[in-house]
Design a protein around this ligand. Sequence first.
Ligand SMILES: [Cu+2]
Length: 322
Amino acid sequence: MHMQLWSATLLIADVVKVFNPQSPQARAIFDLAIVAIVVMGIIFAVVVGIVAYALLRFPRWREGERDPEQGAGNKKIEIVWTAIPLLIVTVLFVLSARTMGISDPPPPPNPDIVVTGHQWWWEARYLKSGATVANEIHIPVGKALALRLDAADVLHEFWVPELGRKMTTVPGHPNHIWIQADKPGTYLGFCSEFCGTQHAWMHVLVVAEPQEEFQKWEQAQLVAAASPTGGNAQKGLALFQQMSCVNCHAIKGTSATAQVGPDLTHFASRKKIGAGIVDNTPSNLRRWLRDPQEVKVGVKMPNFKFTDEQVSDLADYMETLK
Ligand SMILES: [Cu+2]
């Protein structure tokens, strides 16, 4: 049990990179945290020091020791120990307010991306281009993008620790944050407000890349899916359209336009399935289609009880959705 707790803690420290700021906002928050930790550390040391001194200097637990001199109502001391905490709190308040100014300037009227939390995945719509993606958000490196945060069902919280602050997503009450990355890379984000069974598997990947690559990626997301013209993939597409998949999913280029589940137009180009729970590999895709509940317990997608052949046809089709 202890071993498990210990390794879980290590895992979290490794995955939730709160000490690795990669944007001006995240750095401002990190700097403030360091100041706060140092100030708290000093207070802790002083308090423990005074307690230890008092215990040793006036060892009343020993037989026959007298009381120290009583100083109740001493004005000087009262003023000092009111003024010092007041000063510390004021300084931390001013520093926090300044950090909020850096990490959270007011949003523009039109955000770059609308991010919507769903049980248990993230949808992202790029307002200018109209690209709609799930669980993997690409951004151009070095540029601050404004995010509008929304929720489709319950409260969620969008948090990419290396890139900035966290923010709750509230159904019907849009919130805003800025997101920026200094260096190209892939940054792991989380839902950080409990939202049901699979809250822990509601990851989001933010991929920061040079402007040109970002534009290429965004253009690629706008391309409709080509319909396969033969083979198992064509049977898979037919199955997709016959079954209730179309009630929940959209694939551009087909008649499926539902927004209940992730947009699948470019599903095959994503790194993960199920908001991070498994890698997007051929065998995991087949597992998912055979029974999504087995992969992600409680997931809002039913088990269709397909035959092996149907699973294989559907998977062949899904793999064409590059
Ligand atoms: Cu959550």
